[in-house]
Ligand binder design. Sequence first.
Ligand SMILES: [Zn+2]
Length: 95
Amino acid sequence: MSHDHGWKQVGQVKLQDGFSFHPKLSEWLLELTTLKPEMDVTVFEASCGEVNCPVEEVKLTWIIAGAEDKLRLGRGKEKLLKQDVYLAWKKKMMS
Ligand SMILES: [Zn+2]
């Protein structure tokens, strides 16, 4: 059953300060992407309000050179793996 998902903002941090919901995510972003420690990154989660919905997706956004850029990760924010960041960034760079 398909239905629409909206993005809900769940936080914003300076990358060097780390994410409260994940001990390694900021470290991986600094290692695998071109994001800089002083950048503010905003975190969004896909949500539709349905308790049993299996959809879990995260979107990170930041401002670079005056424009918004983003990275989408197909897993819940607490469960993200290093390979999710690696593959999402690789895909983004190829598109
Ligand atoms: Zn849903």
